[in-house]
Design a protein around this ligand. Structure first.
Ligand SMILES: Cc1ncc(COP(=O)(O)O)c(C=O)c1O
Length: 485
């Protein structure tokens, strides 16, 4: 049964039960083989009907968290023991590298738009979780009310109303910016690209997380810069001691990182580390390019602060977009460019020029109406559930020794397969079965993470997707066995 067919209070209770049980398993209070609380007991404890508990248990069985035993009740699946095996920090080479993806990249993304492929290889949430109808309604309404404005150019820095709305969003999270600080871009990709080109040139060293979002490496490759991978903790992000040591011996021109929910690790840098990172760079007069695209997709109670909010020297360039929360195809992003503002505007004028007017105006209206904030509340909860379910299904289907990230937000998982399991082989075999995954090698300039995969959980766990995880687990097990023989 899917949550969407239930009424809201029923769905709330149903989720509450699932979360309660998965939390007990994650904390180790319920161990593999333990009997789950009886329907009657849990019904009393949580004040939820027996039928809701029963449905929730059946769905936990589908996900591999519980196993039903006739006449005896529900037990914690023995396979979930690896749910608490997290990938470890790995040590990078400590040297800057030229990035050379070449054809590998194109090959892996050849099927990016193919609807027949199960989209575990993407990093975006399914449109089923986006407010498609209300955004379409808003867009139709603004076109009929402001047809000329919608169809005219909107040159940098972009639509003023949208920039005002973005400033209001920041005001809610202790990041003080003015309307003039915001430059609208065509997605975060354009923002990141403009930032890199503004603060560095060919041959310069850019420090990045390891693993890091491959498109950033791709940009560094195409701009002829060098990537310096800094060790990154799967929970707390870039290791500042390692970054400090790198600064002692190298002329680093910029640091590019996602302190709030990195892709692929889903790690969240503690607030004191963000402050320290910003101060460390300020002492050396080095800019930080902050990629905050997942900043709004956090799982904790409170929105994490941006690194920008600690920036007293105007040295942080903070990039984000509406791609991961609203409409990736709208291509609306922005950058708070600090002291580089004028240079960025100049570069944008000279390269990408204006960003789509209709899309900017529609997003501004959507934000101003309060629909975006309301959507985010539901959306974050949905992504959290998606990721939790994904973790359990992978734990159930993948071979022993697999480690799975425990992201603090976003919609992807970083999966460390046992040593010897080649992610390119897994990718090729999965593709033959119409299943997409992203091989770990793409997240490193030195092609490490060979035995890692990134798996998207932003798609509803329907029967096809659940079956695909099971098939993927079988492929990984086969590849592993063959690598050992
Ligand atoms: C970490 C990260 N940064 C930036 C982007 C690009 O965002 P946009 O689609 O807004 O260009 C993505 C998209 O996958 C991402 O995962």
């Amino acid at each position: 049964m899917t949550v969407s067919v239930q009424n809201r209070s029923e769905s709330f209770k149903y989720d509450q039960v699932s979360r309660y049980i998965t939390a007990l398993v994650e904390k180790g209070d319920l161990k593999p083989g333990d009997k789950a609380p009886s329907l009657r007991r849990l019904s009393k404890e949580l004040g939820v009907s027996i039928s809701t508990i029963s449905q929730s248990y059946l769905s936990l069985e589908d996900q591999g968290v519980l196993t039903a035993k006739p006449q005896s009740g529900f037990f914690v699946n023995s396979m979930v023991s690896q749910i608490n095996n997290l990938p470890k920090t790995t040590t990078a080479t400590g040297q800057p590298h030229r990035v050379r993806f070449g054809e590998l990249f194109e090959k892996i993304f050849a099927n990016a738009n193919n609807p027949r492929i199960v989209p575990f290889g993407e990093a975006k949430p399914s449109m089923e979780f986006m407010p498609v109808k209300s955004l379409a309604r808003t867009t139709r309404s603004i076109i009929s009310r402001h047809p000329q404005k919608c169809m005219d150019y909107c040159f940098p820095p972009g639509d003023r109303r949208l920039r005002e709305q973005i400033v209001e969003q920041y005001a809610q999270i202790n990041t003080r910016v003015s309307v003039d600080d915001v430059i609208i871009t065509s997605g975060a990709t354009e923002a990141l690209s403009l930032c890199l080109r503004t603060v560095a040139k060919r041959g310069d060293i850019i420090a990045v997380e390891s693993p890091t979002y491959f498109a950033v490496l791709r940009m560094i490759e195409k701009m002829g810069m060098l990537a310096l991978e800094i060790d990154t903790d799967p929970q707390t992000g870039m290791e500042l001691d390692a970054l400090g040591e790198a600064f002692d011996t190298m002329d680093i021109k910029a640091v590019l990182a996602s302190p709030n929910i990195s892709n692929p690790l889903g790690c969240l840098m503690p607030e004191e580390n963000k402050r320290e990172l910003v101060n460390m760079l300020a002492e050396r007069d080095v800019p930080l390019i902050e990629d905050d695209v997942y900043g709004n997709v956090y799982f904790a109670e409170k929105r994490p602060r941006t690194a920008k909010s600690y920036d007293l020297n105007n040295l942080v360039l903070s990039c984000s977009s509406f791609s991961k929360t609203l409409a990736p195809g709208f291509r609306v992003g922005w950058v708070l460019a600090g002291k580089y503002r004028d240079k960025i505007i100049e570069l944008k004028q000279a390269t990408f020029s204006a960003t789509s007017s209709i899309n900017q105006i529609a997003v501004a209206e959507f934000l101003a109406s309060g629909q975006y904030d309301r959507h985010l509340v539901r959306f974050r909860k949905a992504m959290h559930d998606q990721v939790e379910k994904g973790r359990f299904m992978i734990a159930k289907s993948f071979p022993k020794g697999t480690c799975i990230s425990n992201p603090q937000g976003g919609n992807v998982l970083w999966v460390e397969m046992p040593q010897g399991c080649d992610s390119i082989e897994v990718f090729n075999r999965a593709l033959q079965k119409n299943i997409g995954v992203t091989p770990g090698m793409l997240f490193s300039a030195t092609r490490r993470f060979r035995n890692y995969l990134r798996i998207n959980c932003g798609f509803p766990w329907n029967e096809t997707n659940q079956a695909a995880i099971a098939i993927l687990g079988k492929i990984v097990s086969d590849v592993l066995v063959e690598s050992n023989t």
